[in-house]
Structure formats: C-alpha cells, structure tokens
Design a protein around this ligand. Structure first.
Ligand code: NDP
Ligand code: 8X3
Length: 266
C-alpha cells in the first residue's frame, strides 16, 4: 500500500466490470493520498462509482470522473491537457476499456463491428498510451517513472472461430505491449500485460447487443472469475518494487484451460 501512496492512476473503462473493480481495489489498497481518474463514455455511471468509492474508503482518495471515448482520437488528444493540475501528474495508466461485438464469422462480420472493436481495443489503447507516455518520460530514467498496464485476453493468444476480430485486436494489444517494453528499455517505465480468461461482467451482454439471456448462457454451468479477481492482480503488479516488472500474466478460472476450453457442469 505504501508504494501506491500519493500516486495518480488513470483507468479507462471504469464504469463497469474489471475497470470498475480496479478503481475500488486501488482505493481499498491505498486509501490515503491516492488520486483516481476514472474514464468511460457513461459519465453518470462513473459519477456513481466515484461516490461509492468515497463512501467506502473515505475522502483520502480523490476521485475524478472524466467522460472519455477512447475510440475518438480528438477526445484522447484533449484528455491530458484537460485534466486539472492536481490530476495531471499521472503515474499509472490502466488500459482496460475494450469490447467484443457479435459472434459472426467471415464473410458475415459487420463492418461497423470490425471498426468499433479495432478503434476501441487497439487504436484507443495506443492513443491513450501515447498521450500519457510524455509524462512518464519527463521523469527521466529514475525508478517509478510510470506504469502502463494493458488488459489483453486469452483471446489474444488463442484465436477462436466466431471471435476473429476480437482475437485479432487482443493479439495486437499483446504485440504492442511487447514492442513498447522493448522501445522503453532505456527508461524505468514498466509495461505490463494482464490477460484474463472468463470473467463475468457486461462483456457478454455487449457481445450479444444487450441480449441478457444469451449473455447468461455463456456462463451457465461455469464458475467464472469475478472482476475483483482481475483487479487484485492489476493492483498487485502496480504495487511491486520499482525494479519488478510483472511483464505478462494469464489468469483463468479453474474450469478453463484455453479460449473456449471450458469444463461446463451439465
Ligand atoms: P465490461 O463491458 O463490463 O466493461 C467494459 C468497459 O469498457 C466499460 O466500462 C465501458 O464503459 C468501457 N468502454 C467500452 N468502449 C469504450 C470506449 N469507446 N471508450 C471508453 N470506454 C469504453 O467488460 P469487461 O470489464 O469484461 O472488459 C474490460 C476489459 O477486459 C476489456 O478490454 C475486455 O476485452 C477485457 N477482457 C474481458 C474478459 C471477460 O471475460 N469479461 C476476458 C479477457 C479480457 P462505457 O460503456 O461507459 O464507455
Ligand atoms: C474475453 C475472453 O475467450 O470470451 O476476452 O473471448 S473470450
């Protein structure tokens, strides 16, 4: 907790699921002098998350909700300059915002779905990273220069039918994380990737365009991870000693051993 004290943490996609849990977990772990910048498109939901965090941990944590669509390059460009001074000295960026749309197979995949997945999961993540890196680089080569934590997926390692675009976006995240770590070798900036398996969030509801019954069927007979399970890992890697880079992690629930390799209770 001491190592996180006084840090400014930016989380994308903090209105739901893993990102929301990451916000709570940072606040619980370092309830004194932490600054959290919570971003997503649904600002009302972010405001509720911010209020709940302060209700739970008190006002030692300063929470700033910011409406931000990471798939919109203009909004990303305006993000850092638009932050109040006291929230601009960012230490950790958690690139979590992401989504899957549909289970269509080529050549039936909607162009709109292809674009929204790539623009959010890949271009959005890259643009956010580039927006924040100058702040980290200005800290020079001292330890603790800054952390980029990218949320990938098992889907980026093991592509599956009906997920070609989503899987390709997560493979791109993985490739970008690895290149970036190499590009930043002369700095003390840490690039860390966390790849979850099955986590029950709004992910499947979004995949099935709001059809809750179809989303529930994904988890029937399964015992999926909770978003808190992943949040604990995110906060763990951010809290390691400055010279420790948890470069790469893969986290499954116990009934999963690959993308779509799930043991379901009948
Ligand atoms: P949720 O749907 O519950 O949360 C997704 C979050 O991303 C929401 O807060 C949403 O906020 C935000 N988001 C979506 N599009 C944008 C955008 N254009 N700009 C800003 N924020 C956006 O899903 P999860 O919590 O499961 O997903 C979080 C990450 O975890 C994703 O990258 C996902 O790919 C990854 N993941 C999920 C797994 C799972 O099984 N659930 C497994 C492996 C990885 P809003 O709608 O308000 O913008
Ligand atoms: C989500 C995991 O396998 O459902 O990233 O696509 S999967």
């Amino acid at each position: 907790a001491k190592r996180l004290e006084g840090k400014t943490i930016v989380i994308t996609g903090a209105s739901s699921g893993i990102g929301r849990s990451v916000a709570f977990e940072f606040a619980r772990t370092a309830p004194k002098n932490l600054k959290l910048v919570l971003t997503a498109r649904r600002i009302d939901t972010l405001n509720e998350v911010a209020a709940k965090i302060n209700q739970e941990v008190g006002d030692g944590v300063k929470v700033l909700p910011v409406k931000l669509d990471v798939s919109n390059p203009n909004e990303v460009r305006a993000f850092v300059p638009g932050l109040p001074d006291e929230f601009r000295d960012i230490n950790v960026l958690v690139n979590n915002a992401g989504l899957v749309k549909g289970v269509a197979k080529a050549p039936e995949i909607a162009e709109e779905d292809i674009n929204v997945m790539f623009n959010t999961n890949v271009t959005g993540l890259i643009n956010m990273t580039q927006a924040v890196l100058p702040i980290f680089k200005a800290r020079g080569t001292e330890g603790g220069a800054g952390d980029i934590i990218n949320i990938g997926s098992i889907a980026g390692r093991e592509p599956y039918a009906g997920g070609s675009i989503y899987c390709a976006t997560k493979a791109a995240v993985r490739s970008f994380s690895e290149s970036l770590r190499k590009e930043l070798i002369a700095t003390r900036i840490r690039v860390m990737e966390i790849d979850p398996g099955q986590v029950e969030t709004e992910f499947s509801v979004v995949r099935f365009y709001g059809d809750k019954a179809k989303a529930d069927a994904v988890y029937a007979g399964c015992d999926p991870l909770t978003p808190d399970d992943i949040a604990e890992v995110v906060v763990f890697v951010a809290g390691r000693r400055e010279n420790v880079v948890v470069a790469d992690t893969l986290i499954f629930p116990s009934h999963q051993a690959g993308a779509g390799v799930l043991h379901k209770k009948s």
